[in-house]
Write a protein that binds this ligand. Structure first.
Ligand SMILES: C[S@@+](CC[C@H](N)C(=O)[O-])C[C@H]1O[C@@H](n2cnc3c(N)ncnc32)[C@H](O)[C@@H]1O
Length: 274
C-alpha cells in the first residue's frame, strides 16, 4: 500500500497520535518505516510536521542513514505556514498509524487481534501438523498460538519489541527479532513459511525481496501460505492460489470499532507450493 493510500485508509484512532510520537519509536523501527520506498512518508512530511519540535526532529534524524538524516534537517529549515505543517502532521500519523499502534499502544493491537480471530477452517488447512514452520510478522501471537500447538517446531519472527515481548510470554515458539526481507534461516529449512496479515506488495512490510526470502527458506515441495495479505492479486500474479473462507461470527465491539473501524477477521489464504 502506498503512503497516500495508507493516509486515506487510516482508522479513526489515528487522531489519538501526535507527530512528535514518532520520536518514541525505536531507532530500528524509524529506520525501517522511513526508508525511501513508496509506502513510507516522504521526508518533506516528516520535516514539516516535526519542524516545530527540534528535540523529536533530531532523534528521528539520528535514526536514518546519515545522508537522509541530514536531508531531513535541511528540509526542516524551510519556512512553511502552520496550516501546511498541521496537514503534514496529520498525514504522518495516519500513514504510520499501524506502526504507532504496534509499538506505542500494543495493548490496543492485542485487543483487536483477540477480537478478530483467524477463520478456524483456514487454520485447519495450513499444512503445519508435525512441520518445521517459520512465521513472519508474528505480532502478539494470534497465529503463533495455533502453529505452536500442532507443528514440530515454530520460529516466530517479529520486528516490534513490544509485541515480541508479549509473543515470548505467551507462546512456545522460538521468538526472534527479524524482518521478512532478511530471514535468519538456512535455505530450505522450513516445511511451511507463513504470515498472518503481515505481508503485502510493498516494503517496508513486504514486496519482492520479502516474498523471495519466504520462498528461499522453504524446502522444495514445501508451502508458503499467506493469510489475508494486502493486495492479494499481487500474489496471484506470482503463482499463489487464492482461497476464501467463511468469516467467523464475532461479538459486536463498539469500543474497538470506534478506534479501528469495522472489525475484519482474516479469512483469505494465498498458497504456493515451492
Ligand atoms: C497486522 S500485524 C499481524 C500480527 C500477527 N501476524 C497477527 O496475525 O496477529 C502485522 C505485523 O507485521 C509486523 N511487521 C511490520 N513490518 C514487518 C516486516 N518488514 N517484516 C516482518 N514483520 C513486519 C508488525 O510489527 C506487526 O506485528
Amino acid at each position: 500500500m502506498r503512503y497516500s493510500e495508507a493516509v486515506l485508509a487510516a482508522p479513526p484512532g489515528s487522531a489519538h497520535f501526535q507527530p512528535a510520537d514518532l520520536a518514541r519509536l525505536t531507532p530500528s523501527t524509524l529506520h525501517r518505516v522511513l526508508a525511501p520506498v513508496p509506502s513510507a512518508p516522504p521526508l518533506e512530511d516528516v520535516a514539516a510536521a516535526l519542524g516545530p519540535h527540534p528535540g523529536e526532529l533530531f532523534s528521528v534524524a539520528a535514526a536514518l542513514e546519515p545522508a537522509r538524516g541530514e536531508r531531513l534537517l535541511r528540509l526542516s529549515q524551510r519556512p512553511l505556514p502552520d496550516t501546511e505543517r498541521w496537514a503534514a502532521g496529520e498525514r504522518l500519523v495516519r500513514g504510520l498509524f499501524w506502526t504507532l499502534v504496534y509499538e506505542l499502544e500494543p495493548e490496543r493491537w492485542v485487543a483487536l487481534a483477540e477480537a478478530e480471530p483467524i477463520s478456524p477452517q483456514l487454520l485447519r488447512d495450513l499444512p503445519a501438523a508435525g512441520a518445521r514452520v517459520v512465521e513472519v510478522g508474528a505480532g502478539a501471537g494470534r497465529l503463533t498460538a495455533h502453529l505452536a500447538g500442532v507443528a514440530a517446531v515454530v520460529v516466530a519472527l517479529e520486528p516490534c519489541p513490544a509485541l515480541r515481548e508479549r509473543l515470548r510470554r505467551r507462546s512456545r515458539a522460538h521468538v526472534l527479532a527479524a524482518v521478512t526481507q532478511q530471514l535468519p534461516l538456512l535455505s530450505g529449512w522450513a516445511d511451511l513459511a507463513t504470515a498472518g496479515a503481515a505481508m503485502g506488495s510493498q516494503p517496508p512490510l513486504g514486496g519482492p525481496a520479502a516474498l523471495a526470502e519466504l520462498e528461499r527458506v522453504v524446502r522444495p515441495g514445501g508451502t508458503v501460505a499467506l493469510i489475508s495479505p494486502q493486495e492479494p492479486e499481487w500474489f496471484q500474479e506470482r503463482g499463489y492460489a487464492l482461497r476464501e473462507y467463511p468469516v467467523p461470527e464475532i461479538p459486536v465491539r463498539p469500543d474497538l470499532t470506534a478506534y479501528f473501524g469495522p472489525l475484519t477477521p482474516p479469512n483469505t489464504l494465498l498458497v504456493k507450493t515451492v
